[in-house]
Design a protein around this ligand. Structure first.
Ligand SMILES: [Mn+2]
Length: 312
């Protein structure tokens, strides 16, 4: 069996890609199923409720010895279910600049810097003359809209737009579907703040430093952060300690207005991210003019922290 899966606690993109690519493989006569591992976010929940469809096996534990794996929306060996043997990964689809492919020695890799991994999977349907099921098309379309922040962020490419257009011809959605999807992940309060941030918290080791970046994408960001300022500092402090981090950083994205607000709790992290992002005036509460995604921040950090750079 071929298992199509994503990282621990996948977002809508990872889920949509797992659903979509297992359909592609089955359409090509290869037996495949989608699995997921870890907690799912509010946005996945929204599409799941809308479609009433969730074919992924919620997985935890050992896979069968003859299973092979396709990774979607990740190429990070530290981010996947620990029981997956990296030598059994036969294919990877990801859309990040910072990838760790040297561990996957038997994998055919499709790394393309488009806005959404769901775009790469949609292109696989088109290339193979296959059509996604109605529900898979809704997941893939929703993932592209979500990852590109409704085609507004700078990682958006023409390929994302074309893939979404093709999917849109296959499905019918209520007029306010996208707005409702974005609103669905904006219900953040003091009680669920830790859980929502921890669910999608990313940790990497770069240049000998352990770094964590929290990202949320919501509507009405500025008001929300003003209200939750102290709680957010506490959440970052807790995550820094729990994950044994050198630096911790929060980036919030306003999905309707199109800007970021950053939050930091210590000088070292503030200075490191200020340098990496080339915002000399970066401090907690700093607001950008346009959207920067976390996946765009990692390579900038790597550039200043890598061993080859004596300045770092
Ligand atoms: Mn993605």
């Amino acid at each position: 069996m071929i298992i199509v899966t994503s990282y621990n606690g996948p977002d809508l993109d990872g889920i949509a890609c797992a659903i979509g690519y297992s359909e592609v493989l089955n359409g090509l006569g290869k037996k495949a199923k989608a699995t997921c591992f870890g907690n799912l976010g509010l946005e996945v929940d929204f599409v799941r409720r809308f479609t009433n469809y969730f074919p992924l096996e919620v997985h935890s534990g050992n896979y069968s010895t003859d299973d092979k794996f396709v990774l979607v929306d990740t190429a990070d060996p530290d981010a996947i279910e620990p029981t997956i043997d990296s030598k059994k990964v036969i294919e990877i689809f990801d859309h990040r600049q910072l990838v760790f492919l040297d561990k996957f020695i038997n994998s055919k890799n499709h790394i393309e810097l488009v806005g959404s991994c769901a775009t790469l999977i949609t292109e696989e349907f088109i290339k193979n003359n296959l059509k996604p099921s109605n529900n898979a098309a809704i997941y893939l379309y929703s993932a592209i809209v979500s990852n590109t922040v409704n085609f507004k962020n700078s990682v958006t490419t023409q390929r994302d737009i074309d893939a979404a257009k093709w999917l849109r011809t296959l499905i019918s959605l209520p007029e306010d579907y996208i707005k409702q999807m974005f609103i669905s992940k904006s219900s953040i309060n003091a009680d669920n703040l830790y859980q929502l941030i921890a669910q999608d918290f990313a940790v990497k080791s770069l240049g000998g430093k352990r770094i964590g970046i929290a990202q949320i994408e919501i509507a009405d960001l500025e008001n929300t952060l003003t209200k939750l300022n102290d709680q957010l500092s506490m959440v970052l402090g807790r995550l820094k300690e729990e994950n044994n981090l050198d630096y911790v950083f929060f980036t919030g994205i306003d999905i309707l207005e199109g800007f970021n607000i950053f939050h930091t709790i210590d000088t070292e992290s503030t200075n490191t991210f200020s340098k990496a992002l080339n915002y000399p005036k970066l401090k907690s509460g700093f607001k950008t003019d346009s959207i920067i995604m976390r996946k765009q921040i990692w390579p900038k950090l790597e550039a200043i922290l890598s061993d080859s750079n004596p300045e770092a």
